[in-house]
Design a protein around this ligand. Structure first.
Ligand code: KET
Length: 468
């Protein structure tokens, strides 16, 4: 999209009189074009006009300018942009702790063995590539809801879950946002402060108003539970409350089961609707059931709720874009209607979802042998992250003589550690130490190896103590 790639023909002859006049009279060197403007060579234009003796302007001026001149450069994405910067760095010591993507101890991407087995099954069966229905693969929708709520959960037995396959967690959240925009106009979504960076983009683009509730307390490096409760209470009745089902991103701090009960109490009191983002089921504790505990606790109260699911992390299906949106309603009848509207929203956006990831999930979760193998692999991945978490803590404690308490690292769970490093300190991590991370001080432990813990500890200690 360079300005020389397109030539815009500006025809004064065909322009209406007012337009040609305004071009002549307002030759100030720039000509307004839509939201942007283009350079206009006043002298050349005047010369051209003056050398013609005409009663009627009949000329065509060629102006080499892009029709997209008014489009400004977007900033790099705060998370995925980090990977782009990492790729451009040629230093051997470089470490990508930006995006939450699992790596092996050798820092290589990991394709789960169960995924390979499921894919082999698909090839053996000669499965086709026909369009899926708008709501996605039926076998996937069944197993994904069962994995989330438990197969014997009344919400499933009573057909009170509208499940629609989505474009992973992000696409599922976006579809739910579109549903909120259409059926709850003006309703607000409350999001935690801080939260996963893309939440705000999703609701902004869907034109759903949002505000923040307190979540992280830098003083205790823990949950600001009282602040959270007070803000949820103070929100307009009937708001949506976005909650991270487990392994809160970016803080790694989750409410306790007792705190979840109290959160459910205020949400019920205020007639709010809980909206869970479950991107790490099985990754927080290593147990799929334990990590779905928060969602099941709310469902057991008979509450209506929304849950977006992702298989990017727990099955390593990042690029397959496989996930789902589940809407739990109080009646099967309302559920069917909600599902029909989710389909109606999806059809003009992307028509229907991709089949490959859906088949993988359906094959793995639906087959007892593969399901057990998956659980073992997930425990292995969660275990490796726990090991580097411990080693990082040990390295920091051994090397840092300042007496700073680093135990918050061990209290956090999931893929990330929220280090408390500010933007300048995070910049130092990248510029001096080639450690790529998000500017909010988050590091992905899934991208760290035991071998690199000491180096990372040196970088953190230097950045923490020498940069303010
Ligand atoms: N919710 C949360 C909380 C989340 O951390 C992610 C991804 C998603 C949803 C969406 O993932 P998807 O691949 O659309 O299913 N987070 C990591 C990657 C990203 O930013 O896209 C991350 O925080 O690094």
């Amino acid at each position: 999209m360079t300005s020389t790639s397109t030539s815009t023909m500006l025809s004064l002859a065909s322009a209406p009189p007012t337009a040609s006049l305004s071009v002549h009279e307002n030759l100030k060197g720039r000509l307004k074009l839509g939201g942007g403007s283009l350079s206009f060579n006043k002298e050349k234009a005047n010369h051209f006009i003056n050398t013609k003796s005409f009663s009627r302007i009949s000329m065509v001026a060629a102006v080499k300018v892009s029709r997209f001149e008014g489009v400004t450069m977007a900033p790099p994405d705060p998370i995925l942009g980090v990977s782009e910067a990492f790729k451009a760095d040629n230093d051997e010591k470089k470490l990508n702790l930006g995006v939450g993507a699992y790596r092996t101890e050798e820092l290589q991407p990991y394709v789960l063995n169960v995924v390979k087995k499921a894919e082999n099954l698909m090839v053996e069966r000669g499965e086709n590539k026909e369009y899926l229905p708008i709501e996605g693969l039926a076998a996937f929708n069944k197993v994904t809801a069962e994995l989330l709520f438990g197969a014997s959960n009344p919400v499933i037995k009573e057909q009170r879950v509208a499940t629609v396959q989505g474009l992973s967690g992000t696409g599922s959240l976006r579809l739910a946002a579109a549903l909120i925009e259409r059926y709850f106009p003006g309703a607000k979504v409350l999001i935690s402060s801080p939260t996963w960076g893309n939440h705000k983009n999703i609701f902004n683009d869907a034109r759903v108003p949002w505000s923040e509730y307190r979540y992280y307390d830098p003083k205790t490096v823990g949950l600001d539970f009282d602040g959270m409760i007070a803000d949820i209470k103070a929100a307009p009745e009937g708001s949506f409350v976005l909650l991270h089902g487990c392994a809160h991103n970016p803080t790694g701090i989750d409410p306790t089961p007792e705190q979840w009960e109290k959160i459910a109490d205020v949400i019920q009191e205020k007639n709010h609707i809980p909206f869970f983002d479950v991107a790490y089921q099985g990754f927080a504790s290593g147990s799929l059931d334990a990590d779905a505990g928060s969602v099941r606790l709310f469902a057991a109260r008979g509450m209506e709720l929304l849950v977006a699911q992702s298989y990017s992390k727990n099955l390593g299906l990042y690029a397959e874009r496989i996930g789902a949106i589940n809407v739990v309603c109080t009646s099967a009848d309302a559920t069917a209607r909600v599902k029909s509207q989710l389909k109606r929203l999806a059809r003009p956006m992307y028509s229907n979802p991709p089949i490959h990831g859906a088949k993988i999930v359906a094959n793995v979760v639906g087959d007892p042998t593969l399901f057990n193998e998956w659980k073992a692999e997930m425990e292995m991945m969660a275990g490796r992250i726990k090991n580097v978490r411990q080693k990082l803590y040990d390295s920091l404690t051994a090397k840092d003589k300042s007496g700073k308490d680093w135990s918050f690292i061990l209290k956090q769970i999931g893929m990330f550690s929220f280090t408390g490093l500010n933007k300048a300190q995070s910049d130092n991590m990248t510029n001096k130490w080639h450690v790529y991370m998000t500017k909010d001080g988050r590091i992905s432990l899934a991208g760290l190896s035991l071998a690199k813990c000491e180096y990372l500890a040196d970088a953190i200690i230097d950045s923490f103590h020498n940069i303010s």
